[in-house]
Each structure stands twice: as structure tokens, then as C-alpha cells.
Design a protein around this ligand. Sequence first.
Ligand SMILES: Cc1cc2nc3c(=O)[nH]c(=O)nc-3n(C[C@H](O)[C@H](O)[C@H](O)COP(=O)(O)OP(=O)(O)OC[C@H]3O[C@@H](n4cnc5c(N)ncnc54)[C@H](O)[C@@H]3O)c2cc1C
Length: 365
Amino acid sequence: MAESILFLAHVDESGKTLPKAAYEAFSAAVDLAHRLGATLTVGIVGEGVREAANTFSGAGVRILGVAGPDFAHPRYRSDAAALEAICREAAASIVIAPATSRFLRVMAGVAERLKGQIDTHITSFDIVDGMLSAKRWFYRQRLEAVIQRAGRPWFLVMDCGCQDAWSGAQGTAKIEMIEVALPENCRRTVYAGVRTPNIDAQTIRPDAKLLFVAGAGWCKKQPDGQTHLREAESIILQFLEESGASLGGSKSLVDQSGENQAVLGFMTHLNQVGQTGSTPRHPKGLSMCCHGEEPHVVGWRFISERRAVNLDPNCGWARGKADVLYVADAFQVIAKLNSLLAAKAVRTEEWCEASHELNPAGCQQ
Ligand SMILES: Cc1cc2nc3c(=O)[nH]c(=O)nc-3n(C[C@H](O)[C@H](O)[C@H](O)COP(=O)(O)OP(=O)(O)OC[C@H]3O[C@@H](n4cnc5c(N)ncnc54)[C@H](O)[C@@H]3O)c2cc1C
């Protein structure tokens, strides 16, 4: 069957460009179109789509747009109407979209309106026996499914962090605008604004180069027989602020917060990494005061370079789970690291290269 591909995107909050997840999914769409010999069309929704469309001008694709104040913000009825109109105009057999929160809310409804089929959390595409195959993970990233469907149109919503973001020459794109007349009953939901937590409370940062994972050891009695919770809180927060790292936690640590024990105040279950937690994607990971047990480390599947700091030379990280284990006191190591970061002596991205500086006297590597 000759396939044709439609790639869908929405303008981000800046009103000028698209979310990073869109450029990542577009990379996959370009590659797939090339491998299938399929035509590729781009459809963009937003208050204004001109600047976002220009970022695709180097791709040599047909660009469709739906624009206007009604499409500035996420809203199920207006987004569904806009996307349905684009899909009907493009009449593609495959529709690829990024897994942004705006699209995840509406894409299944759009597939239903088009009498199509939909799969979400797609991580990559392949051609198997000449047929398009989409891959996704199940059961906490332990099983990889390869999905084929005969039904068309087939909507595929791609997870972020799985592809390199597309970039190409920018110019003035030719846009075919589609008028979408929105009935009054599609405007009943009104956008009121965005409420975000304080910047220092946003500890989960999916785009960070480094994942910093704190374990229960931060709350345990230290060699002086005392716990040092307030000190741990302040040095971890300082590290996150200086480094821009994303914060993960072990189950033992986040469970203590849930049980109202005295723990790190900023740690929640959303930070939990592992089998029953999250499986974040970052180029590098640094674990401190976490034992490195298997149910925790399965959450590190997509962390490429791993380092850990633990007092115990026989902890799980020493058993092939980390590239480097520093057998050291995490309180000392992070204090040294913070002073280097504050002095701009080392950037987070370079912490691997500068690791000898982070290694207090007496640490084994
Ligand atoms: C079905 C199932 C699912 C699970 N899912 C998850 C999951 O999703 N995520 C998860 O994390 N766990 C999970 N677990 C639990 C997991 O097996 C471990 O119990 C948990 O990860 C332990 O957390 P921890 O390493 O922080 O704590 P601990 O095991 O208490 O380790 C604390 C570590 O801190 C070190 N330490 C103490 N002080 C210092 C210091 N000053 N400097 C350096 N190191 C120090 C100690 O040496 C010790 O190794 C699961 C378990 C089961 C059975």
C-alpha cells in the first residue's frame, strides 16, 4: 500500500516556534517518509503559524495551517476541529504527532472522527517485511512491542526524548491556510492562564543533561551518630540550582515523605525513579546515597553514563550498574561539587571529565 504521511504540530507558548518534542517527532516522520517513499505534509495549529512554519521551510514539504485566537491555547473542541480539518485536507494514511500534553488530550478524539486507529507512546518506527511497524515499551520498559496495523488512517503519537530534534535551513514557507468555522458551543471552555510552581520547586526537568538521584542515605544517621536533614536539603537544592540537573529519588526516600517522616521537603513520589517509578531519559546520571538495587536501577535504562557516590564499596552500583562508583561520603562530595560549580570551575556537562576534582582524598573509584 502506498503510504502518505501527515505530521501534526502546535505552536508552543512563545507563539513563534514548536515544542522540542515536535521537532523530535518530525525527525522520525522525515526518516519514515524517506524509507517508505511516502509524501510528507505538515499541519500546524496556533494563534499564528507563520514563524513556526518557517522552521520547516528547508524540509521541502507541503504545509497546512489553522490559525486564529481560537487556536492560541489548548482546548479540546477547538483543537479537535482544527486537527480534523487538517487531516481531512491532507487525507494521509499515517498521521504522526508529538506526545505533548495538548495533543495527548485530543488526538484519540481526532482519530475517532476520522474513523482511524491510534497508538500512543511510540518510541521509533521500522519497516518489517515491507510493512510499517511502530515500537513502544510496556511493563516499565521491560517489554518492547512491535505494532503493525492494517487500518488507516493510523495515528501514531511519539514520546519525546527518543529522536534527535530536526533542524534545517529556515526561509519563508508557503502555507496553505484552512479556515475552520468554530461554532459557539466549541468556545465554552475559556483559557484562564497557566499556574506553575515556584522555579525552585520545579525539580523534574526532562531536558536536563544530568539526572541527580538522591537515596535514603541522606536521611540516615551519619558517622557522628546524627542525621543531617537540613544540611542535606540545602546542599542538594544548591546543587540543583547551580547545575540545572533534574532530581530523582529512590523509593525508600520518597516513601518516607509519604509517611510524614522527617525527610527532604522537596521530594515527592513524582521524583521516584525505578520499577514502580519513572524511567527518565538523560545523557548522564549521578546517584548519591542510594544503594543501587535492581528495582531502582531498572529506572536508569535510558541513562547513558552513570556515576554513583556511596559509603559502601559493595553496594549495587559496584556490581556493574554504574560506570564509576566513588566510595565516599556524599556530604563531602556534594559540598566540593557545589564549591566548584559556584566558582564556575566546572560545568555540569563536564562533571565526568572533571571527575578527578570531585574525588576527595581517599575515595576509591
Ligand atoms: C516490587 C518492587 C518495586 C520497587 N520499585 C522501586 C522503584 O521504583 N524505585 C526504587 O528506588 N526502589 C524500588 N524498590 C525498592 C528497592 O529495592 C530499594 O529498596 C530502594 O531503592 C532502596 O532505596 P535506597 O537505596 O535509597 O535506600 P537504602 O537501601 O537504605 O540505601 C541507602 C544507601 O545510602 C548509603 N549512604 C548512607 N550515608 C551515606 C553517605 N554519607 N554518603 C554516601 N552514601 C551513603 C548507604 O551506604 C546505602 O547504600 C522496589 C522494590 C520492590 C520489591
